[in-house]
Design a protein around this ligand. Structure first.
Ligand SMILES: *Cc1c(COP(=O)(O)O)cnc(C)c1O
Length: 230
């Protein structure tokens, strides 16, 4: 039997153990593939951030949840195609998966139309797997600089998905991205560049030890989803 409340408390407790009550780590509850009842239950536990990865799944759920989502930050965490940029800007507070300049300009255009500054994270690619999306590690600084010139998007930080690997390899990748995060913060006038989104159900504790301040958790809260949907 799963218990959403207990699972969330367990994760919060782990965060406190690692951080010793210092500096906060935000939990983004990843609700993809899980129904609205589950989301409502997580919200009752005081969750303030939810993450979805597919537009066609997210929007009907948001509509159904209606006012229950007021004050809740909605994160887009999946690969975003340019033809979905408009819907993303209209419906999401933070787009964690910015991975190309073309997408940045598409988001900018739609944000401008509705008078919004769209908050985004740059998705960093740390693995050589050809299927992985994201901006290659060595190109992220240049990409950040280019984005600084785009008026209606604001880069709030970095996001990384580590490849499936053992914990020590994950730690290695988390360290790389943390160093890059610090480097950008120090090298540029990086106003509002404060979010380091790394860590999922399996590796969030290591990610926090390595400096993450935002974790994205699905299965450790809701139970295992169909592997194919991952
Ligand atoms: C699905 C997903 C998560 C959550 O994964 P779990 O292993 O279920 O915690 C986190 N981040 C991204 C980008 C995802 O697609």
């Amino acid at each position: 039997m799963r218990n959403i409340y207990e699972n969330i408390e367990f994760i919060k407790n782990n965060i406190n153990l690692i951080k010793n009550g210092s500096a906060a780590v935000d939990i983004v509850v990843v609700t993809k593939t899980f129904p609205c009842q589950d989301i409502l239950e997580a919200l009752k536990c005081g969750i303030k951030h939810i993450g979805e990865s597919r537009m066609q799944e997210a929007l009907p759920k948001f509509q159904q949840l209606g006012l229950s989502l007021s004050g809740i930050n909605k994160h887009f965490i999946g690969h975003l195609q340019s033809n979905k940029a408009k819907k993303a800007v209209e419906n999401f507070d933070l787009i964690q998966s910015l991975d190309s300049i073309k997408l940045a300009y598409d988001l900018n255009r739609h944000a401008k139309i509705i008078g919004k500054t769209q908050n985004c994270l740059i998705e960093v690619k740390v693995s050589q797997e050809i299927t992985k999306t994201g901006v290659g590690l060595s190109n992220v600084k240049k990409f950040y600089k280019q984005c600084q010139m785009i008026p209606n998007i604001l880069i709030k930080g970095l996001m990384v998905i580590t490849p499936h690997c053992n914990f020590e390899d994950s730690r290695f990748y988390f360290k790389l991205v943390y160093n890059l995060f610090k480097d950008i913060k120090e090298s540029f006038d990086a106003v509002g560049f404060d979010i380091l989104s790394m860590g999922m159900s399996e590796d969030y504790k290591i990610a926090i030890e390595e400096g993450s301040n935002m974790i994205r958790i699905g299965s450790a809260i809701f139970g295992d989803r169909d592997r194919e949907n991952k």
